[in-house]
Write a protein that binds this ligand. Structure first.
Ligand code: ATP
Length: 314
């Protein structure tokens, strides 16, 4: 048995002459929650549709638990629960009828469904909406119902395409709590978003895609550390900012300087020792420093740095 739930190798997808996926590679170990991040149009939904056996790749392979999605689509479908970014709901149905419908289409006998559906509704915090019409549910509730639908056949892999999009902060927290619970049940989850901080607290690993190419894959802390190798220093001075800019440009490890009012923003590639040496040099040169600090790299900065400042297709 493979230790990987997902293995993607050289995956390409063309729409006519447009290359939506340009040969991507990544693997996800079993039990991992993997955040799939990228700007709009980067290729997340395309990759997920291929994994969900709904779209054929142009080249390359995608495997789920060792099974090729093109060669064994029926076996793969038993393993996965797929939540698309746009989903149709059956508004004329009540919440539990909706789940009975999907459970039935997976061949789960009614008796089993009668036990299963209350458990699923509890998991997604919709127990009190059992008799409500799907139409009457809020967006957040519909998203959670759709998640319950993905779970009816107890899949090992969940493929969730932007499950938190359009949700208010409270609904997002609820979604996050449910995902934590699913992780504790041992599920492997791939979840996409174009907002990295939204995923940060729930994922073990991230993969960043841009223009159909993977630009970073790995543990979120490792990726953060790699980027921390390039620091940004903020130096606030009382005067002579232009002179200080010229001075800094001649110092070791300084890669760029931008003046923002009284503050100079410095791109710096040195470590702590070099950072201290730079401060000493500035003071020895007679500049008056009000403050000298390293800017914190937050997740939004990481995302922008990895995707080279965006490049999102609108
Ligand atoms: N059926 C299609 N025909 C033609 N082009 C398509 C088709 N499906 C997707 N594309 C194009 O492929 C690219 C990748 O689309 P995809 O939906 O995978 O991006 P995404 O990362 O999921 O974006 P979003 O965050 O906006 O959902 C986009 O430029 C899109 O316009």
């Amino acid at each position: 048995m493979s230790e990987y739930m997902i293995e993607i190798n050289g995956l390409k997808k063309n729409f006519g002459t447009f290359h939506a996926l340009k040969g991507i590679d990544f693997s996800i170990k079993k039990g991992t929650v993997f955040g799939f991040v990228g700007p709009n149009g980067a290729g997340k939904s395309t990759t997920m549709s291929i994994l969900a056996t709904l779209m054929l790749p142009s080249e390359g392979t995608a495997k789920v638990d060792g099974m090729d999605v093109t060669e064994q689509p029926h076996e793969v479908r038993k393993k996965i629960g797929y939540m698309p970014d746009f989903f149709g709901v059956y508004d004329q149905l009540k919440t539990d009828e909706y789940l009975h419908f999907y459970g039935g289409s997976y061949g789960i006998p009614r008796k089993e469904r009668e036990q299963l559906i209350p458990q699923l509704l509890e998991l997604v915090n919709l127990s009190d909406k059992r008799d409500a019409y799907v139409d009457s549910l809020s967006r957040g509730m519909k998203q959670r119902l759709c998640l319950a639908r993905c779970l009816v056949h107890d899949p090992e892999l969940l493929i969730l395409d932007e499950p938190a999009s359009g949700l208010d902060p409270r609904a997002r927290i609820e979604m996050r709590e449910i995902l934590k619970e699913l992780k504790s049940m041992g599920k492997t989850i791939i979840i996409s978003s174009h907002i990295l901080p939204e995923l940060a607290e729930m994922v073990d690993e991230i993969g960043v895609i841009e223009h159909g190419e993977m630009v970073a894959v790995g543990n979120i802390n490792h990726i953060q550390q790699q980027l921390m190798a390039k620091r940004q220093l903020s130096i606030k001075t009382s005067s002579r900012q232009d002179e200080l800019k010229l001075f800094l440009n001649d110092q070791p490890h300084v890669q760029g300087v931008f003046i923002d009012g009284q503050t100079l923003e410095v791109q710096f590639s040195g470590q702590d020792v070099e950072q201290a040496a730079l401060l000493k040099a500035i003071l020895l040169a007679g500049f008056e420093v009000i403050s000298y600090q390293e800017a914190q790299t937050d997740l939004e900065d990481i995302f922008l740095a990895i995707t080279r400042g965006g490049g999102a297709e609108q």
